[in-house]
Unconditional design. Structure first.
Length: 306
């Protein structure tokens, strides 16, 4: 795989952006003193075992790696945005990851199951119960996103999310990576994590519908043990749709999931775009990607937003 076929991407963090490449991930965070602090995370690994490249299994591996990397990036940005530059200890990262996964499963998988199961005693059919569970799951996700989006800090994170999308879109279009050029690109991207969440809701509904005839305790267990499978299936669908996004009919099919990205992106200011560019440039350099125009210093990057 060469750089022309590698899918670069990342995520928004607190006052910054994390970008991921083949060799490293870079977190760039805007500090209170007006500078940029970086955290480079090496990703170079031995060749994967053949089973780690199998469809579905590769999705589980990538999902876990993305979660672990995302928590690392968030922990670093939380410290760096306050003027501290020490990465969180490995134990803190693992603990945060496990707690986050547990809360997510409980809130978005088990709670909808409990709520929908109550209606079984009211005479609803199995299909209606499963449909209700899916609607509650989607509703909880939307409500959660809307609720946290009212927080000033999260509004800025969503702005950095938009900057990350614009920067990746600009890179994939082959233009110069400057604030002026990046600003013109779309807030939406077909490989976005928000679209991934929508796919999880849709796939989980179909999967759990087939398991709807099981006793309650087995259905509850399935909501836990099937999470990796649901995530793997969502990863494969997202990967396939992004690969064929240039086809008009694919754009039509994925349009609803792209519209959901309006909930988690905001139009970024120039400083946010500059930080996203600053995060991507070291990642591209580590992969040996030729850049048509490279802003050599943090001062030059940030100067474009003045």
């Amino acid at each position: 795989m060469d750089y022309q076929h590698f899918s670069y991407g990342g995520q928004a963090v607190i006052e910054g952006v994390m970008m991921r490449g083949r060799q490293q991930a870079t977190v760039a965070v805007y500090q209170p003193d007006g500078g940029i602090v970086y955290h480079h995370i090496p990703l170079a690994q031995p060749e994967r075992q053949s089973w780690q490249r199998w469809p579905l299994l590769r999705g589980v591996v990538m999902f876990w790696e993305a979660l672990h990397l995302g928590v690392q990036a968030l922990n670093f940005s939380a410290s760096a945005s306050q003027g501290k530059e020490e990465p969180a200890a490995k134990g803190v990262t693992i603990s945060t990851l496990l707690i986050s996964v547990s809360v997510t499963i409980g809130l978005f998988f088990l709670l909808p199951l409990l709520f929908a199961s109550v209606f079984s005693y009211l005479g609803v059919s199995m299909f209606q119960r499963e449909m209700l569970e899916g609607i509650v799951r989607l509703g909880l996700i939307i409500t959660y996103i809307i609720a946290i989006s009212r927080l000033p800090e999260i509004k800025r994170v969503f702005g950095y999310h938009g900057a990350e999308h614009k920067t990746v879109n600009a890179y994939e279009a082959g233009v110069d990576l400057t604030v002026e050029t990046v600003r013109r690109f779309s807030l939406f991207h077909p490989r976005c994590g928000t679209s991934f969440l929508v796919l999880i809701v849709l796939i989980s509904f179909v999967l759990f519908l087939f398991l709807g005839g099981m006793p309650f305790w087995l259905r509850g267990l399935s909501r836990i043990v099937c999470v990796p499978l649901v995530a793997a299936l969502a990863y494969e669908v997202l990967r396939l749709s992004a690969r064929h996004y240039h086809r008009p009919w694919v754009r039509i099919v994925v349009m609803p999931s792209l519209l959901f990205q309006q909930l988690t992106t905001r139009e970024p200011d120039d400083q946010m775009i500059a930080i996203a560019i600053a995060a991507l440039l070291p990642v591209l350099a580590a992969d040996g990607v030729p850049i048509r125009e490279t802003l050599a210093t943090d001062e030059q990057i940030l100067a474009t937003s003045v």
